[in-house]
Design a protein around this ligand. Structure first.
Ligand SMILES: NC(=O)c1ccc[n+]([C@@H]2O[C@H](COP(=O)([O-])OP(=O)(O)OC[C@H]3O[C@@H](n4cnc5c(N)ncnc54)[C@H](O)[C@@H]3O)[C@@H](O)[C@H]2O)c1
Length: 251
């Protein structure tokens, strides 16, 4: 398994869940991987478990100086990423709500991380890639961005719709300079993010019943498509959304 031999990837949200699985899989495919997370200890633990081909950096994606510093450090130490997975995100269960009941502060916190944080990650990824002849940027989107799954998650769904739009716009702007940008759209995937659903049998059954394949997704379900997009196999793919959602949004 060496589809990513010679590549260096930076994965945000690498301490847990989908980001950790993607970082593990990228390393298994031969890449060097930087696990970037606001939870620096968790990222360091996950990097140590991978081994010498992984390192961790503490980076809050909503803090421009932290994002700039992480990319600068990667460049200065010869780990300039040619693959960046802008994956970190939050879903504020119990706070996000239908719009009449949604606090501005919850809206702002969600947008700051999920949309502005993705903007900052992609901004510095593009700057780095322009210096190095291009690369592949992969965003983690959501079915809530494209259908009515998110009616109780106004801020989250809106932030993810913004991520999908950002991906298309940046893909169009840089296609002629060797930078590809694609969005992966997982369905309900069992990670710590969705513990509020996975630990409540009724909520879990309700969401799984809306997935035609009939089961919840796993972080590894998401990692495979990201290997394709990071690798040279994906060299003609840009501006696209890849649904890995058990048929949730297309059947
Ligand atoms: N789990 C799902 O069902 C699901 C479905 C569709 C999309 N997604 C998206 O996938 C991505 C990963 O989700 P997950 O389920 O692995 O979540 P998770 O909570 O398991 O992991 C998220 C990671 O992101 C980090 N993080 C959060 N805010 C950050 C910030 N400001 N700066 C840096 N790191 C930050 C956390 O510390 C954590 O390590 C998110 O963008 C999420 O919206 C998840």
């Amino acid at each position: 398994m060496t589809r990513l031999h010679g590549k260096t990837a930076l994965v945000t949200g690498g301490a847990l869940g989908i980001g950790m699985a993607v970082a593990q899989r990228f390393a298994a495919e031969g890449a060097r991987v930087i696990l970037a997370d606001r939870n620096g200890e968790g990222a360091a633990r996950a990097a140590a478990a991978i081994g010498a081909n992984a390192r961790a950096v503490t980076m809050d994606i909503s803090d421009e100086s932290a994002v700039a510093a992480a990319f600068a450090e990667a460049e200065e130490t010869g780990w300039a990423p040619d693959v960046v997975v802008a994956n970190a995100g939050v879903q504020l269960f119990g706070q996000d709500a239908q719009i009449a009941d949604l606090d501005l502060e919850v809206w702002k916190r969600t947008i700051d991380i999920n949309l502005t944080g993705t903007f900052l990650t992609v901004k510095y990824a593009v700057r780095t890639m322009l210096k190095n002849g291009g690369g592949s940027i992969i965003l983690t989107g959501s079915p809530t961005a494209v259908n009515g799954e998110g009616k109780d998650f106004t801020a989250y769904s809106s932030s993810k719709a913004g991520v999908h739009g950002l991906g298309r716009t940046v893909a169009a702007a840089y296609a002629d300079r060797g930078i590809r940008v694609n969005t992966v759209q997982p369905a309900y995937t069992e990670t710590p993010l969705v513990a509020a659903i996975s630990e409540d049998p009724e909520s879990r059954a309700a969401i799984v019943s809306r997935i035609p394949i009939g089961r919840a997704g796993t972080p590894d379900d998401v990692a495979g498509i990201m290997v394709y997009l990071a690798s040279d196999d994906g060299s003609f793919a840009t501006g696209a959304t890849f649904q890995v959602d058990g048929g949730m949004t297309s059947l």
